[in-house]
Design a protein around this ligand. Structure first.
Ligand code: AMP
Length: 279
């Protein structure tokens, strides 16, 4: 496992691997790694000859300065974790390396960026598109691995790859959860104990709703989920939507075609958590 901080040195090394005919798998992350990230790395290792993990807290996707400032940065322990599994390259560049000049590109993702995360975090997906396109152009992987935890991000990235004709296959990976059901997230580290204690209620409620969803109207299910979670006082639902999994447009009736996914964002104090469930 080798750490690279510059584009030129990483590209030189990867060029040699590619000349040997080896397939490159890429896992972009913002670090503060947990088992959710590791599952992506393991998936990459099972499908590719060479695994590259990037660790880069991308400033352009944060619409909240405090969130960016407080985002955990733990390169040393991240490297330790990665050394326990197969990962050949770590790419941890500085902001100036990724953005030698400010990235002013504006992407258009239509409805994909106007609902849910797009609505409540304006500019977030434009920043995600900037960094993911930059990283994909730098690493030039055969396959790139993303978690279904960030369900809307996945849809945006698929659209980005389509729009830019990037020669990469996007591989979706399942959500990894704590034993109590809370979706693993780097932000979980920031939860105060009382918030951490009630955070599992988010997934518990989603699972409960899934059980009876089809027997109730969509609006009733939505109301149930929001009131159930908000009842704790410590949790505050920002949105809960049940959407079509490709258009991300909220559904009105269960008889609409396509897979339906319930997506939620919840504030546990100042920490914002997201999760989703396939209905
Ligand atoms: P992040 O470091 O939060 O930007 O996440 C990097 C990648 O890991 C993204 O593709 C996420 O969707 C994925 N990821 C984060 N948490 C989980 C999880 N609990 N299960 C599966 N994938 C995850």
């Amino acid at each position: 496992m080798k750490l690279y901080t510059t584009i030129t040195s990483l590209q030189k090394a990867l060029k040699e691997e590619r000349l040997k005919g080896l397939k490159v798998g890429f896992v972009p992350t913002m670090g503060a790694l947990h088992k959710g990230h590791l599952s992506l790395v393991e998936m990459a290792a099972s499908m590719c000859d060479i695994v590259v993990v990037s660790i880069f807290v991308n400033p352009t996707q944060f619409n909240d300065k405090n969130d960016l400032a407080n985002y955990p940065r733990t390169l040393e322990s991240d490297m330790k974790l990665l050394s326990t599994i197969r990962c050949e390259y770590i790419f941890s560049p500085s902001v100036g390396e990724v953005y030698p000049v400010p990235d002013t590109r504006k992407f258009e993702f239509g409805a994909l960026e106007t609902v849910m995360e797009g609505k409540f975090r304006p500019g977030h997906f434009n920043g995600v598109a900037q960094v993911v396109s930059r990283l994909l152009e730098i690493v030039l992987p055969d396959k790139a691995f993303f978690g279904r935890k960030d369900f809307q991000q996945m849809a945006v990235i698929n659209e980005l790859v389509r729009q830019l004709n990037l020669p990469v296959e996007i591989i979706p990976c399942d959500i990894v959860r704590e034993k109590d059901g809370l979706a693993m997230s780097s932000r979980n580290k920031l939860l105060l104990p009382e918030y951490r204690k009630c955070a599992p209620l988010i997934y518990q409620t989603l699972k409960e709703a899934k059980e009876f969803a089809m027997k109730k109207k969509v609006a009733e299910v939505k109301k149930y989920v929001v009131s159930q979670i908000n009842a704790t006082q410590l949790l505050n639902v920002e949105y809960f939507e049940i959407v079509d999994d490709t258009t991300l447009i909220p559904i009105k009736n269960w008889n609409e075609t396509g897979t339906k996914v319930g997506c939620i964002a919840v504030f546990a104090g100042k920490i914002r958590l997201i999760d989703n469930i396939v209905f």
